[in-house]
Design a protein. Structure first.
Length: 91
């Protein structure tokens, strides 16, 4: 069975005539079906992902600046310690 399947696969993969692949006569005489629109859920999910990706691209610069400043504030503890402990800040 495996050899027959492989032979059929090889014949289909190497043949350029659709009439000899076993599928060519199946649709003869029938009109092709019209294309159907995409399902709404699929279209909505795609639009949402494209929107989120574009928004991240636009927000990336300011977000990077904000996080860079926040990291600097975390490393420099002096302003926080002075506001909590007053002028007697241990160094």
């Amino acid at each position: 069975a495996r050899q027959r399947a492989w032979a059929r696969h090889t014949a289909v993969a190497t043949d350029t005539a659709p009439s000899q692949d076993g599928f060519g006569d199946r649709h003869r005489g029938r009109r092709p079906r019209p294309d159907r629109p995409l399902p709404g859920v699929m279209l909505g999910a795609t639009i949402a992902m494209v929107t989120v990706t574009a928004a991240l691209t636009v927000v990336a610069g300011p977000l990077y600046g904000f996080t860079d400043r926040a990291a600097g504030d975390l490393r420099d503890r002096t302003p926080y310690l002075e506001s909590v402990l007053g002028e007697e800040t241990p160094r």
